[in-house]
Design a protein around this ligand. Structure first.
Ligand SMILES: [Zn+2]
Length: 77
């Protein structure tokens, strides 16, 4: 998976994932990040590996919304 974000507007490639505006978790390692380009202000969305230090935050957020980050099977019926 490409671990690089490119701004479609100005071509900037340096982004800090920690500056994300929103993050939609896809699985326990990847998320769709939306970032605002510091150069031109364009919002850029890209699927990226979640940085290790953000994973803790993700875990907490997932607990709050009740979304399982793991692959726990629901066997209740
Ligand atoms: Zn830009």
């Amino acid at each position: 998976m490409a671990n690089r974000i490119t701004c479609p507007n100005c071509g900037r490639i340096k982004f800090d994932l920690h500056d994300y505006e929103s993050m939609i978790v896809i699985d326990d390692r990847h998320a769709l990040f939306s970032l605002r380009c510091p150069t031109c202000g364009q919002t850029v969305s890209s699927v990226q590996a979640i940085p290790l230090d953000l994973r803790e935050e993700v875990r907490f957020a997932a607990i709050e919304v009740g979304a399982g980050m793991g692959r726990s099977n629901r066997s209740e019926e």
